[in-house]
Structures are given as C-alpha cells and as structure tokens.
Design a protein around this ligand. Structure first.
Ligand code: DGL
Length: 267
C-alpha cells in the first residue's frame, strides 16, 4: 500500500497547484492526476451534476489503486464531498479544511476573504468551517466565475484578467481583508494579478498547496509514505491532451508531454 499512488483530481488544470506541492514535498510519491477537461467548468453546474462528476472522477482514480485521493477542486470539495466522502474504503480528502485552518492562524485583523466558483461560494462551506473554528472571525466572500476560463484558455496574465479581477476583488479590498483564500484551485495561477490588486500586505492562501501538506501529515500518521526515492507522475484528461500538456508543463516547471493521456469517464 505504501508505494501505491496518490490520486488527485480536478475539473482541469487547477489541481496541478496541489500536484506541484506534492512533488516538491514528497518527491518519492507516485501521482495519478485526472483533469476532467471535457466537462470543465464545474463551478457553474448544479449540485446534482457536480456530485455525479465528482463520483465519476473518484471512480476513475480508484482503478489505479490509490492509497489516498485528493479532491483538488474547491467546487467538488465544497459541493460534492460532504455527500460522498464516507463512501470509500480509502480517505478522500478535500481542500477546504486545511485552507480554513491556515486562514484562522494567519489573519491578524480577523477579516478573511474567500473567492471561489459560483457553486463554492453558494455552498458557504468555507465560511462555515472558518466560523466553526472561531465564530468571532468575519468572512467576506465573492464568486469569480470567469477566472477558470481565463486560466484554462491561457489568459492568466492578460489585460482582460486584470480588468475582470479588479471588478471581482474590489469589494474584498474595500472590506479590508488581510487574508484571502483562493478558494478555487485554478486561482493560484492568477496569483500575480490578484496580488497586484489586493496589495502585498494581504496574505494569499492556496488550498491545493495546503492540501498537499495535509496529505503528507496524513500519510506520515498512517505510516503510508512511499519508500521510493523518486516517484512518477501520470496525467489523464477527458478532452484533448494538447492544451493541458502545454499549460500544465509551464505550470509544473517540467515537460509532461509523454505523461498525459486521454481517459474516458462516464457521461
Ligand atoms: N478548480 C476547481 C475549483 O477549485 C474547478 C473550477 C471549475 O471547474 O469551475 O473549484
């Protein structure tokens, strides 16, 4: 079991924010990644659809006998996991808990911002978890529905991204948040633009990267860390491999071309 892979999924590229950190902190781990690029975005879909997609993503990864699955998707974690999490023999970990806990630790003025997809913000899960840790904290949320398309289409550093981000983030800046959870795993790919608008004094938290650390703690505790020195990562997508390969390679900092394959998930 120790040397079985860690399964990671997202609707597209966003979950690579978790993979990058997993590769950095646990280089001996094998990783199987599934990006549901044929059905992205999840965040604008209804609850039933998000639950169905998430279930199919998990079932795809289970075929690779993972020792742990990370739902590296804020939408799947907040909308679907509460309905599915306990149904499997292995742990299926979301990205919310770690990010919320970290936000409560780093905020100094008690004002925390959360941005995410429409589905994530509607679920109100980030705010609920933060308030369950400390009811005195104030949470200011805003949905940023166009961010995922900007990332998936390679427009993360464009003038369009700056304009759209200014519109989405101004209410949070005006609310005086000192900590901002990038509550969709795609958003760290827009970190430069977001930081320019929010200002250097606002701490940005990436739930995917934080979940990677939570995964390491879990595997350590369960004595399930890989005994290998060098792990292997494989990537599966449900649509064309080309754009994922191109943007994914840039983001992960190494060419992943030969490691990306087309996968079929149920429709
Ligand atoms: N990266 C995902 C999230 O964290 C999915 C975004 C989407 O598919 O709408 O929410």
């Amino acid at each position: 079991m120790k040397n079985n892979p860690i399964g990671v999924f997202d609707s597209g590229l966003g979950g690579l924010t978790a993979v990058r950190e997993l590769q950095r902190i646990m280089p001996g781990e094998d990783i199987i990644y599934f990006g549901d690029t044929g059905r992205v975005p999840y965040g604008s879909k209804g609850e039933e659809t998000i639950i169905r997609y998430t279930k199919e993503d998990i079932e795809f990864l289970l075929k690779h006998s993972p020792k742990l699955i990370i739902a590296a998707c804020g939408t799947a974690s907040s909308v679907a996991l509460p309905h599915l999490q306990d149904k499997y023999d292995i742990k299926v970990m979301g990205v919310l808990e770690g990010a919320c806990k970290r936000a409560t630790e780093v905020t100094e003025n008690g004002r925390i911002g959360v941005i995410g997809t429409a589905g994530t913000i509607k679920s109100d899960k980030y705010a609920q978890i933060i308030k369950s840790i400390d009811p005195c904290l104030q949470v200011f949320s805003n949905a940023c529905p166009m961010f995922v398309s900007l990332v998936e289409c390679g427009y993360a550093e464009s003038e369009a991204a700056k304009l759209i981000a200014t519109d989405y983030l101004t209410p949070l800046k005006e609310a005086g948040v000192d900590t901002l959870i990038l509550g969709c795993t795609h958003y760290p790919l827009l970190e430069g633009v977001i930081s320019d608008i929010m200002g250097k004094e606002v701490t940005l938290l990436s739930p995917g990267a934080i979940a990677a650390k939570c995964a390491m703690e879990y595997l350590e505790k369960e004595n399930m860390l890989s005994s290998k020195e060098c792990g292997n990562s494989e990537f599966y997508v449900s649509d064309s491999v080309e754009s994922f390969t191109q943007l994914g390679s840039i983001f992960l900092g190494n060419p992943i071309g030969s490691k990306v394959q087309k996968a079929e998930v149920a429709e």
